[in-house]
Design a protein around this ligand. Structure first.
Ligand code: ZN
Ligand code: ZN
Ligand code: ZN
Length: 89
């Protein structure tokens, strides 16, 4: 896994953790997901790009919130969509 940072990731001082272990958008439409990601701007937890609905990616482009963190237990990394940057924390 390549590691690369960007100004958005560098600006994060404390990483937001998921409040719920579910994709808020998938729950509304009774869909399933693969992995969960937490938006570091607003704290919403949504599904990953391997999930059928890719809600985290859609949220990033619709809202302009660039950075998500993995919401999977034991995974400690941040990803910035516009910069395609991935950094461990
Ligand atoms: Zn960035
Ligand atoms: Zn979803
Ligand atoms: Zn957000």
């Amino acid at each position: 896994m390549a590691s690369k940072s960007c100004p958005h990731i560098k600006a994060i001082r404390s990483v937001r953790q998921p409040e719920r272990r579910e994709c808020e958008e998938c729950v509304k439409i009774a869909a399933t997901w693969v992995h969960l990601r937490t938006c570091q701007e607003c704290g919403v937890t949504l599904c990953c790009d391997s999930s059928p609905n890719r809600h985290a990616s859609k949220h990033a482009s619709a809202s302009g919130h660039p950075v998500i963190a993995s919401a999977e237990p034991g995974e400690r990394w941040l990803y910035c969509y516009p910069d395609a940057a991935l950094a461990k924390y």
